[in-house]
Design a protein around this ligand. Structure first.
Ligand code: ACO
Length: 409
């Protein structure tokens, strides 16, 4: 408990008083050792390591190991961990019958919420959240199976056969192959796209107590199984104010492009600043960052690399995004409110260039965030002070009254 932090339990104890903090703007819900954000400086650390160093020097599975275990792995620890993950990349064959029950035009996040929750019906040896061994196996299973499930949902949506995991590929390479390979031709993983995707996964892996992570903690605090808790996180992430922002951002860029592109940027920004329009600059602003989101910088670099690799340097949406950013950074509306690009501002452009369809963007985010959710869940359950999450309310409804017979209502 630091000088600016009050332990409300000690302050109010059982006296019946409580704080009112809609949106949890100034309420810490837990102690955590996983991720640190300095929103004013625009700094993000996983277990103490700056995100820039992790994104440059590590791959996604090393980052997963770090988030789950607190330390980066040495080579033999990494080999063992990668071996365990690849051992679990397949999903029970019955899962495809469950998947086939969905309409082919279902939103991938609707499908993913169902599939992740359904894992608890297939893997009974990892459903006891209070058993550390069960939590460990559930963590490995979730990290390993998410790419398979997302790729299956995609293949199903376009009517192509499922592609089974190929375990001699990297985590990201395997995902690209499951997404884009067909039985008709050899699929060769492009190393630039593989690295870009891996970086997207690293940048999205955890972000302390955001809405979906808090949902996972709250859901898990009832003692439900890990798969159910992660499914709740997937559902929460879907919203456009959270993980759905990358999809919303790309749709926004496409709309501006359809309106006339560059020549309409000024008009669009006027609409954003008009409070009555209900239009926001998607991919901008953050509850915690009041400076540039460090992930957005890395994502912009990745965007440059991917577009150069694919010969798309003149991509009109990238040009639009850069123009919007340039205007916003010089405009009083954004400067006064400390609104900067967040991770979603450029991630959609990268994903679209890789060939990932827009409705799948949030599912990719869910895939990457799974490790953060499960690490946070594990931390909570392992904390001797943990209790079921149960916020209070200020009741502002009707006073006590009597039920009248239906004929006289
Ligand atoms: N465009 C225009 N105005 C904005 C934007 C935006 N993107 N974001 C915030 N504002 C304005 C608000 O209208 C408000 O103005 P006011 O003080 O005059 O009323 C002020 O900035 C503060 O905004 P709040 O909504 O109160 O900030 P909050 O912390 O609750 O919301 C949020 C943060 C949800 C991210 C918001 O900035 C937003 O909606 N951004 C667009 C969606 C988005 O990109 N979400 C992704 C977040 S990152 C992630 O989940 C990975």
């Amino acid at each position: 408990v630091g000088p600016d932090v009050i332990d409300i339990r000690k302050l109010y104890g059982q006296t019946g008083k409580f704080t009112y903090d809609p949106g949890f703007l100034s309420t810490a819900s837990c102690n955590s050792t996983i991720t640190y954000i300095d929103g004013d400086k625009g700094e993000l650390l996983y277990r103490g390591y700056p995100i820039e160093q992790l994104a440059t020097n590590c791959d996604f599975l090393e980052t997963c190991y770090l988030l789950l275990n607190g330390e980066l792995p040495n080579q033999s620890q990494k080999d063992e961990f990668v071996g365990r993950v690849t051992n679990h990349t397949m999903v029970n064959e019955q899962m495809q019958f469950f998947l086939r029950g969905f309409r082919r035009d279902a939103h991938p996040m609707a499908v993913l919420t169902g599939l992740v929750g359904a894992l608890s019906a297939f893997y009974h040896d990892s459903t006891d959240i209070n058993n550390p061994e069960h939590r460990k196996i559930a963590a490995i299973r979730l990290i390993a199976k998410m790419p398979t499930l997302v790729a299956m949902a995609y293949k199903y949506s376009i009517g192509q056969p499922f592609v089974y995991p190929k375990n001699d590929l990297s985590y990201s390479g395997n995902f690209l192959r499951m997404m884009f390979a067909t039985p008709c031709e050899e699929y060769k993983v492009n190393p630039v796209l593989e690295r870009a995707l891996d970086r997207i996964f690293i940048l999205h892996a955890d972000h302390e107590q955001n809405a979906s992570t808090s949902t996972v903690r709250l859901c898990g605090s009832s003692g439900t199984n890990p798969f159910a808790a992660i499914a709740a996180g997937v559902a929460c992430l879907w919203g456009p104010a959270h993980g759905g922002a990358n999809e919303a951002c790309l749709n926004m860029l496409e709309e501006i492009q359809a309106m006339g592109g560059m020549s309409k940027v000024g008009e669009f920004m006027e609409k954003v600043k008009d409070k009555n329009s209900g239009v926001r600059l998607m991919g901008f602003g953050h509850r915690v960052y009041k400076n540039y989101d460090p992930r957005a910088k890395l994502m912009q670099e990745t965007c440059n690399e991917v577009l150069a690799e694919l010969g798309l340097e003149n991509d009109p949406l990238f040009a639009l995004a850069k123009k919007l950013e340039q205007i916003a950074l010089e405009d009083d509306y954004f400067v006064q409110r400390k609104l900067y690009p967040n991770v979603d501002f450029y991630s959609g452009i990268v994903q679209r260039a890789i060939g990932i369809p827009v409705p799948l963007f949030t599912a990719i985010f869910a895939l990457a965030r799974t490790v953060g959710w499960i690490a946070q869940l594990d931390e909570m359950i392992g904390d001797p002070e943990y209790k079921i999450g149960r916020p209070r309310q200020l009741f502002v409804g009707a006073a006590k009254r009597d039920v009248a017979p239906i004929a006289s209502r």
